[in-house]
Ligand binder design. Structure first.
Ligand code: ADP
Ligand code: MG
Length: 276
């Protein structure tokens, strides 16, 4: 097997019985409340396989909450999310001849979550492990791969993110940008079908942002399905297939990358003036 094979991120395209392509993510009227705080107020979003969606919006608008819902780090208050055509958190069962929804157990939720890789603002690498060991950890302990297979994969993923010469470095010996690239390699080693990025460059010094965006750009080019929350407007304009502007828990404006240069909603115009 060549390095290219084990690091392939080509999207899996599934088709429904009618021949239509099943969305990678389909959120319908998603609501989320934390006690009295109603954070998401009816989000609809469809992400097709092999596309890049960029979510923009001011702080507190609910962007992270939305990503966390997709990845089942939070539970829905209302609405539904399907990943690869499968309702998350629930399954259909037949009881007394009736179709009912039953909540999934932890194992079933873990299986659904394994379709998604997530990269956070803070990279949270294990400080006592090398870059290689950080990337090998989950393939060995979660997927029960052999040490040899996990090592080959980890080396390939670190090469992909441009860190083939840093495999034996500890996080403290790496820059923030390098650590974030290790975090991306770590997520990719689990072979997710969809990558969620939550402001992956926001904690980085400005001169280190580019190297992380370059990795994301090349992933997009290889066909990875990605949902990215970022304030990097240049990246959004260049890489996104779909832009979503959220404010106050609703999608205010949505469209192709051209909406960045031709926004129609006043709130989006105002936001762009502040970040550009
Ligand atoms: P964004 O990522 O767009 O900045 P968040 O999704 O992080 O926004 O947060 C949206 C709102 O939800 C904020 O007011 C935040 O304080 C609140 N929030 C997020 N997580 C929780 C939580 N676990 N408990 C209570 N409030 C929360
Ligand atoms: Mg956030």
């Amino acid at each position: 097997m060549t390095t290219n094979d084990i690091t392939s991120v080509a999207p899996v395209v599934r088709k429904a019985a009618d021949g239509s392509v099943i969305p990678a993510v389909k959120a319908v009227q998603v609501h989320k409340a934390f006690g009295p705080l109603h954070v998401l107020k009816g989000i609809d979003l469809t992400v097709m396989p092999g596309t890049v969606t960029v979510i923009l919006g001011p702080s507190g608008s609910g962007k992270s909450t939305f990503l966390r819902l997709i990845n089942q780090l939070e539970t829905l208050t209302g609405g539904s999310i399907e990943v690869d055509g499968e309702l998350i958190g629930y399954k259909h069962v037949t009881k007394n001849g009736q179709d009912m929804l039953q909540t999934l157990d932890d194992k079933e939720i873990a299986a659904q979550r394994s379709r998604l890789g997530m990269v956070f603002q803070r990279f949270n690498l294990f400080p006592h492990m090398t870059a290689l060991e950080n990337v090998m950890e989950a393939p060995i302990h979660v997927q029960h791969q052999s040490k040899k297979a996990a090592r080959d994969l980890a080396v390939a993923e670190l090469q992909r993110v441009g860190l083939g010469d840093r495999t034996d470095y500890y996080p403290s010996q790496l820059s923030g940008g390098q650590q974030q690239r290790v975090a991306i390699a770590r997520a990719l080693a689990m072979k997710p079908e969809i990558m969620l990025f939550d402001e992956p460059t926001s904690a980085l010094d400005p001169e280190l942002v580019g190297e992380v965006l370059n990795v994301m750009r090349s992933l997009a080019k290889e066909g990875m399905t990605m949902v990215c929350v970022t304030h990097e407007i240049g990246f959004a304009r260049e890489v996104a297939d779909q832009i979503v502007f959220m404010d106050g828990g609703v999608v205010v404006e949505q469209g192709g990358p051209d909406i960045i240069d031709h926004p129609t909603e006043p709130r989006f115009k105002d936001f762009l003036q502040h970040v550009l």
